[in-house]
Ligand binder design. Structure first.
Ligand code: SF4
Ligand code: MG
Length: 331
């Protein structure tokens, strides 16, 4: 089976005042293949981070999953007992977040934390753990692992800490690596290094990676498959190369047009998409993108667009394509 994680119909709500609820994620489905990199892209508030927290069962209260499944190597992450989940989280599913400093203990050396992480998750002797730590630190570009291991996180730059986090994750060798805005806090050069490291983790260890970003350019550089989210829903998904070359959903098109393109010479300014995300406490009737969509039709305001198949593994939820086969018939 070449699917490692199969997420179907995931919905997450946050109960709000007066019996209303914020439906942060609505019926989201996607798959992560073994050894593949899946990118999830969307603006802040699109539900992409909530999706990852839900999968790890780390949603902060009162957020809760109210529908769906997330089968990871045969186990539904949303239903497995918490005890079993604790053996999956960190060990089988590694996590890298935007703020690496917050994930490291400031008063313990990087080396101490690395050795602890290795010995907690893998059954190895201390000597072996030390050698492994040195190897992965070298792999993420630290020329002098012994030196870096003596440092405290607060002595290191954001980029160095992020590489420490990646090294820690690599040492544990999870099957799936979940990276939420892993390079957002970093300068351009360090961003490129971190992306290189993530590619290496995949190429050398066959690790599957789920990377979440607001930056469709970044996703285009690294992901095999892309999921575009808007207002808690998937609006388009498919092979990155195809989706980025011929985006079909008006929102994907708008996202791509908002990316600065220095090679075009003139239009280097970031154009943002006009309009705002819909009020998430209202149950949207029709397409959530309709208020911002230049192609909106009457049907868009009255009927929810269902995913239409556009190619192998490629679909868009938009009435412009509702003549194409419905995804539902395929499954
Ligand atoms: Fe635009 Fe209608 Fe497609 Fe929504 S369904 S993206 S409003 S054309
Ligand atoms: Mg909908």
């Amino acid at each position: 089976d070449d699917v490692l994680l199969d997420v179907r119909g995931l919905s997450v709500e946050f109960p709000a005042a007066e019996g209303r609820a914020v439906q942060a994620v609505r019926g989201v489905s996607f798959m992560v293949g073994r050894g593949k990199i899946l990118g999830i892209v969307g603006e802040s508030g699109s539900g992409k981070s909530v999706t990852s927290y839900a999968l790890l069962r780390l949603l902060s209260a009162p957020g809760r999953v109210n529908a769906g499944s997330a089968v990871f190597d045969g186990v539904d992450l949303l239903r497995v007992p918490e005890r079993a989940m604790r053996r999956i989280r960190g060990r089988r599913i590694g996590m890298i977040f935007q703020n690496p400093v917050g994930s490291l203990n400031p008063v313990l050396t990087v080396g101490y934390q690395m050795i602890e992480a290795i010995r907690t998750n893998r059954d190895v002797e201390r000597d072996t753990a030390v050698r492994l730590a040195e190897k992965v630190f070298r792999d993420v570009g630290f020329a002098d692992p012994a030196h870096i291991m003596k440092q405290y996180p607060f002595r290191l730059s954001g980029g160095q800490n992020q590489r420490v986090m990646i090294a820690m994750t690599m040492a544990i060798e999870p099957e799936l690596l979940l990276a939420d805005e892993p390079t957002t806090a970093l300068d351009v050069t360090t961003q490129a290094q971190v992306l290189d490291q993530l590619r290496r983790v995949r190429d050398e260890h066959g690790t599957s990676i789920m990377i979440i970003s607001h930056d469709i350019g970044l996703i285009g550089e690294i992901a095999d498959e892309v999921v575009v989210m808007y207002a808690g829903e998937v609006c388009e998904s498919g092979p990155t190369e195809r989706v980025l070359r011929e985006p079909r959903h008006p929102y994907t098109q708008a996202l791509l047009e908002s990316v600065p393109r220095p090679e075009a010479g003139i239009d280097t300014e970031l154009r943002s998409i006009p309009g705002e995300l819909p009020d998430p406490t209202r149950d949207p009737v029709g397409c959530p993108f309709a208020p911002r969509c230049a192609a909106a039709m009457d049907v868009c305001r009255t009927h929810d667009p269902q995913p239409s198949v556009l190619g192998v593994g490629w679909s868009a939820a938009c009435h412009l394509y509702s003549d194409e086969r419905s995804e539902v018939t395929r499954r």
